[in-house]
Design a protein around this ligand. Structure first.
Ligand code: UD1
Ligand code: CA
Length: 465
């Protein structure tokens, strides 16, 4: 099933999106639509992928950095046929199957495309087009078949269709497999004589049929796969389909998703067996959710690793690593560079940035830790703040193993709290505390006996004389 080359058409503006941004760069499930298409064709067996760029070519190329694809420029958007023709110089000596698809069709399953390539190879056709039967074919090219034989005659675009043709419910998915030399030869015969004045790729099929070459049609098993995104309404529909599919795959792989309708999992995320995802939860980017971890309700985990058995409840976790058995939240915010080691805790109204919290250490409530390194079995009292920023630079705080930070301590960085040391509640610590010591920084308490009664007496409203 290997050895195919794929061409992805991505040069169009996407006028119907009404956007400053090229259509193929609009995100779907957390990444540009085009990434999804590139991944699909690669998984379908494409060993070489050529992306035709034009509108916002530089932005599209930049967005594909690291995807291992080649680019060819279509300087003017003269139609899908013209777009494919631009790839010819790169394929001069190529004789195998050429998969062609659109950058605005992100819902194809790799298997559907792999089956298309396989059918094409087996039949030895000059072209094989993937079609679908839709309840509402509006907007798509229609598959016109011979009344008697049922063989494909041509594809007609909606704007060029007669009333009878427009009534056809079998549509062109925009994905094809071609014999490369036959495709490029046929493209030379395509003329822009149609309602849009464009060079239609679809006309190639009619040209090949006219020349007596074998052209096959494969009907997509799941019609929703062919949905092309032309407007933002269709973008949302496509995202909903893709999202549901991803969630379903994880459920089949052993993850519990209590309410699939309110769970969002990006395609690059990985979830381990018996993880539980509670409602209104987002697993974004390249996150990894460990075995038996429980995420949600109302949690957002982005580009983070959550260890086995950890609990993340009503929290936002970005660019962080949460160790096994940790608890995060409710109402915690872990910012990039945070590491919670095994069995540690970031509790209620806690914000942690670029800090390491050692194994078994607890940050239970109302705390900000920034640029801190916390050892093991440390307790951080409620209201503790690392004062890590002096208006010019960020400074580190080090809290060694077994230290006890009293409630409402301000740790003015750079500062180090030695192993097993204590800070008194309410202290502002500006100097290092040696191991085992108590650091206390607060005014002596004064007690003024009888003060309250005198205050009340003085403040009483005076009676009128
Ligand atoms: C196209 C097909 C239609 C099919 C539908 C499936 C043609 C003529 N029509 O219509 O039969 O049912 O897809 O979704 O092929 N593009 C370029 N350069 C261009 C024009 C377009 O690269 O000059 C790219 C676009 O970026 C897009 C793709 O080709 O990714 C399809 O173009 P679009 O204008 O959306 O074609 P449709 O009208 O949807
Ligand atoms: Ca389209």
């Amino acid at each position: 099933m290997s050895g195919a080359v794929a061409v992805i058409l991505a040069a169009g503006k996407g006028t119907r999106m009404r956007s400053k941004r090229a259509k193929v760069l609009h995100p779907i499930c957390g990444r540009p639509m085009l990434h999804t298409v590139v991944e699909t064709v690669r998984r379908a067996g494409a060993e070489r992928i050529i992306v035709v760029v034009g509108h916002q070519a530089e932005e599209v190329k930049a967005a594909c950095a690291g995807l291992d694809v080649e680019f060819v420029l279509q300087p003017q958007q003269l139609g899908t046929g013209h777009a494919v023709a631009q790839a010819e110089p790169l394929l001069a000596h190529y004789r195998g199957p050429l998969l062609v698809t659109c950058g605005d069709a992100p819902l194809f399953r790799p298997q559907t495309m792999a089956d298309l390539i396989e059918c094409h190879r087996k039949s030895g056709a000059a072209a094989t087009v993937l079609s679908a039967l839709l309840e509402d074919p509006t907007g798509y090219g229609r598959i016109v078949r011979h009344a008697a034989t049922g063989r494909l005659l041509r594809v007609v675009e909606e704007k060029d269709a007669t009333e009878a043709e427009a009534a056809i419910r079998e549509i062109n998915s925009g994905t094809y497999c071609f014999d490369a030399p036959s495709l490029f030869a046929a493209l030379r015969e395509v003329q822009p004589v149609n309602a849009q004045g464009e060079y239609y790729l679809t006309d190639v099929l009619g040209v090949l049929v006219q020349a007596g070459r074998p052209v096959e049609v494969v009907v997509a098993p799941e019609p929703r796969e062919v949905l092309g995104v032309n407007s933002r309404v269709e973008l949302a529909q496509a995202e909903a389909i893709l999202r549901r599919r991803i969630v379903q795959e994880w459920m089949l792989a052993g993850v519990t998703v209590v309410d699939p309708d309110t769970v969002y999992i990006d395609p690059q995320a990985v979830l381990k067996e018996d993880a539980v995802i509670l409602p209104f939860t987002f697993i974004r980017g390249r996150s990894v959710i460990g075995e038996d971890a429980r995420i949600g309700p109302h949690a957002e985990v982005e580009d983070s690793e959550i260890g086995a058995g950890a609990v993340v409840e009503r929290a936002v976790v970005r660019g962080s690593r949460v160790g096994p058995g940790c608890t995060v939240g409710p109402f915690a915010y872990l910012r990039p560079g945070t590491v919670l080691e095994a069995q540690s805790k970031a509790g209620t109204f806690v914000e942690i940035k670029k800090s390491v919290v050692g194994p078994g250490s607890k940050v239970p409530h109302l705390t900000y830790l920034g640029d801190a390194t916390v050892g093991k079995d440390v307790n951080i009292g409620a209201g503790t703040i690392t004062c890590n920023y002096d208006g010019f630079g960020k400074h580190p705080t080090i809290i060694e193993d077994g230290a006890f930070i009293g409630s409402n301590t301000n740790l003015v960085a750079p500062v180090r709290i030695g192993a097993g040391a204590y800070t008194g509640a309410g202290s502002t610590i500006t100097r290092d505390v040696p191991p085992g010591a108590l650091a206390l920084e607060r005014a002596e308490q004064r007690v003024i006996e009888g003060w309250a009664a005198r205050k009340r007496e003085k403040s009483k409203p005076q009676e009128a004389p």
